[in-house]
Design a protein around this ligand. Sequence first.
Ligand code: DGY
Length: 432
Amino acid sequence: MSTTADTQALLAQADRILELNDRGRYTVPTHGLYPFQWNWDSCLVALGQRHNDETRAWLELETLFEHQWDDGMVPHIVFHEPDDGYFPGPDVWNTGRSTPTTGITQPPVAGFALRRLYDSAQDNKKAKREASRLLPMVDRWHQWFFTHRDPEQTGLVALIHPWESGRDNSIDWDEPFEKVPTEGITPYVRRDTLHADPTHRPTKAQYDRYLWLVEHFRSLSWDNAQLHNASPFQIVDPGFNAILIRACDDLAHTATALGYEEIASRNREFAARGRAALETLWHDQNGQYACYDRVSKKLSDSASVGGLLPILAGLSAERASAITQRIQTLGEKVNYLVPSHDPDDERFDAKRYWRGPSWLIVNYLIVCGLRLSEEHQLADEIETQSLKLIETSGFAEYYDPITGEPCGGATFSWTAAMVKEFCLTPKIDKAS
Ligand code: DGY
C-alpha cells in the first residue's frame, strides 16, 4: 500500500515502540506498568509485527503457546522474568508452573491472529510449518472453553474473573461484583498506581474483589473442573464470546486450507452454535447486546462496548445495521469513537480505564466487524478518528473519548500494532 509522509512518520514511531517493548521472544504491553507477556496483547501485537518481520510475529504466538496448560487453557499472563513492579505477581497466583503464569485466561484472539499471519505470509513454507504447529494448540484452547466455561452446553462461555474479559473495571461488572465478598483477603499493596494516574485505574473496592476471586480459585488449586461453578462471578460477555466465535471461524478457515478437517469442522460447529446463542444476549431497549449473569440469571442493562463487539462475529443484516446505528449515535456524543461505555450513563467516566475511554484495539476489532458487514463508511470514520488520536496524543494505552487526552500507560505495544494494522492492512483483508 502507498503511504503518505505523515503515515510513514506514524509507522516509524510504531516500530520504535514495538522495538522498545520487545523482550526477544515476547513483547511486554508497556514497560513498568505491565512487565510480562499478556495473552491478547501478544496476539494483537503479532499482527503489527507481521508487517516488518513475519518470523518475529510467529515467535510471539509460539512463546505464548509454550505456556498452554495441560487442560488446554492459555493463561492471561506469563511471568517470564521476575519484576517487583507489578502486583499481583507469581507468588499470589501460585499456580505451580515451572515458568509461572496466572490461572485465568483472556479474550481468545489467537485464532483470529493466526489466520491473518497465515493469509498474508510471504514465506509460505514457514507459514505452513508454524500454522500446522499452532492449529492444534489453538483448537485445544477452544475446546477448553466449551468444556470448562460452558458446562450446560449453551453455546456461549462464561468469564469467572473480570481480568479475563480484558475490560477489567467495566460498568458491566458493578452489579455482579456485589456478590463477590472481600472478607479475609490478604493485605496487599498495589503497584499499578505508581506507574499510571490512579484516577485512570480501577478503584480499591474493585481490586479487593479481583483479589478475593484469585485467592478463592487458588484455594481450589486452580482446578478448572471446579472453578466455573464455584465462582460467584459467572458472566457471559457478548464481546468475549464474539471474539471466540470469530476465532473459531478463522481457525476453521486455516484448518481447511491446511487439510485439518476434524479441527475445521469442530470449530465451524462451535462458531455456528455460538452465533445462534448470541441472540439470547440481545437487549432490545439498548439496541445492542448485553452481558448475562449466570448466577443471578439476569441480562444486564449496562450498555458497554462489550455489547457492540459482536459485530466481529458476523451478524444478520438486521443486527449489523442496529449495531452500526448504535455506534453512530455514540459518535454524536463523543469526538473519538468508540467509547467503552455510553456517555449518557451516569456511571460513565471518560478517563477511568474501561468505564468510558476509547481503545485502539477495540476500534480495530469493531472496524474488522463493520467491514465484514460492508459498513465501510463508519469503519473509515473510526479508522480516521483512531489515527487522529495517535497524531495528537501519542501511543497511549487508551484515550478520553471527548478530549482525546492520553490515559493509562504510555508507549503501548498494542496501540502501535493497531496503527500498523490500520495503515498497512488493505480494507478488504480486514473484512475477511
Ligand atoms: C492489570 O493488572 O491491570 C491487568 O489488566 C490484569 O490483566
